[in-house]
Ligand binder design. Structure first.
Ligand code: 5AD
Ligand code: SF4
Length: 393
């Protein structure tokens, strides 16, 4: 009699990067002969892919694990093997096993990799077109002071052009027409070895001559100065079958002019650009280590609208960052009244253990104030948006 295949189930919390990682974890299971279970209650191995961006996200994963344990205890049946992955792995093995004793194994995110073929089960939905998420880089080197990602996902590592092209070739062969490129900072694709100091200099100083870079650094720039991410967009657009390209997420600090021009020119690139500002106050942006100012952000929005007025922009904002004064918050309100953001994901600051802001600043804005500020911005960006109102940019 044929032995029944062992089964796996993946429960995914959090962002698109986690969803994309789960597709590759599924690919790894299927390559090893496992079949997907319909439900976590009936699987042999349960992968919990976690998010740690805010405490509430970690609490959701803990709540889920509690439900899993309760279910199997009540039924008095053995639990599946529970494997924890995703951003909660930043706590380290010892702390996780102590905090979540139900966990049997930890899968570090950097072991998920890019090259395992993804099992895309629910990606065929966008506007009836076949759509796929494609990770182009892992990790982040930006070290925004509030953010756990550089600790949970590690240093930035770009996927090779060859590996991306191979995957896209396969996808177009399967009829895919739309792709979304994923990375914590997609515009820095291929530039991580250049060093953040040089890259900041390149962005900040108009007189900066790219040829002045030390020899071992120039190899990472194209001879004509075109940033690698722009080259990647051009290479992917050359597939006639690909109709739409999206990318998530761009950091405003190194959003090169060449990228703005490419978006203006290349209509395969979606007209919606997600451009997290995080705060409209320069002093808060400085404390966040975001590497740009309110003025440079506005400048970038103006440039994008200039190359194509049909471009729309979305954003992320954190309210209640440590020491955020009323004036600093008002600067964000003013910005929200100025920039015509189509959508804004507003979050209340949540201190993440191990990050710089957690180490340096007390979480001193009361929850009630954070909530009020959250509501003010949500109203302006997401609710008033439904009405017509004049905006400058
Ligand atoms: N607290 C609140 N929001 C956060 N984000 C990232 N880290 C934190 C934090 N510690 C938000 C940022 C980011 C989005 C993915 O989550 O706005 O852009
Ligand atoms: Fe976090 Fe900043 Fe990196 Fe985004 S760019 S993942 S907010 S450190």
């Amino acid at each position: 009699m044929a032995r029944q295949a062992k089964t796996y189930f993946i429960h995914t919390f959090g962002c698109q990067s986690n969803k994309s990682d789960s597709e590759r974890i599924a690919g790894d299971y299927e390559a090893r002969g496992y079949a997907e279970a319909k439900d976590w209650r009936v699987c042999d191995e349960l992968v919990v892919n976690t998010c740690a961006i805010r405490q509430s996200a970690e609490d959701r994963a803990k709540g889920f694990l509690h439900n899993v344990v309760t279910f199997f205890d009540e039924q008095n049946i053995p639990r599946p093997k529970i494997i924890l992955t995703g951003c909660m792995t930043h706590h380290g093995h010892g702390k996780i096993y102590e905090m979540l004793p139900a966990v049997d194994e930890i899968l570090p995110i950097n072991e998920v990799g890019f090259n395992q073929a993804a099992v895309r089960k629910d990606s065929i939905t966008r506007g009836g077109k076949k759509h796929a998420w494609i990770p182009i880089s892992a990790g982040c080197n930006s070290f925004c002071t509030y953010c756990i990602v550089p600790y949970s996902r590690g240093r930035e590592q770009s996927r090779s052009l060859e590996s991306i092209l191979t995957e896209v070739e396969r996808l177009v062969g399967e009829g895919y027409q739309e792709i979304t490129l994923l990375g914590q900072n997609v515009n820095s694709w291929g530039l991580e070895k250049l060093g953040i100091g040089f890259r900041k200099l390149m962005m900040e100083r108009e007189d900066f001559n790219r040829e002045d870079l030390p020899d071992n650094q120039t190899q990472y720039l194209q001879p004509n100065g075109t940033p690698p991410f722009v080259k990647l967009l051009q290479a992917l657009s050359s597939f006639p079958q690909i109709e739409k390209i999206r990318f998530l997420t761009s950091n405003p600090w190194d959003f090169h002019d060449e990228l703005v021009e490419e978006i203006g020119r290349n209509k395969k690139i979606d007209r919606f650009i997600h451009l997290p500002v995080q705060s409209g106050s320069n002093s808060v942006l400085y404390r966040m280590n975001r590497g740009y100012t309110r003025e440079t952000y506005l400048d970038l929005v103006t440039k994008l609208k200039a190359v194509d007025p049909l471009i729309t922009i979305g954003t992320d904002i954190i309210v209640g960052f440590p020491d955020e004064t009323d004036e600093e918050f008002q600067a964000t309100v003013e910005l929200a009244k100025t920039v015509d953001w189509k959508v804004g994901f507003v979050a209340m600051y949540s201190p993440r253990p191990g990050t710089a802001s957690w180490r340096i600043y007390p979480d001193n804005i009361p929850h009630t104030i954070k909530k009020q500020r959250w509501e003010v911005l949500d109203q302006i960006i997401n609710k008033d948006n439904l009405q017509v109102r004049p905006k400058i940019v």
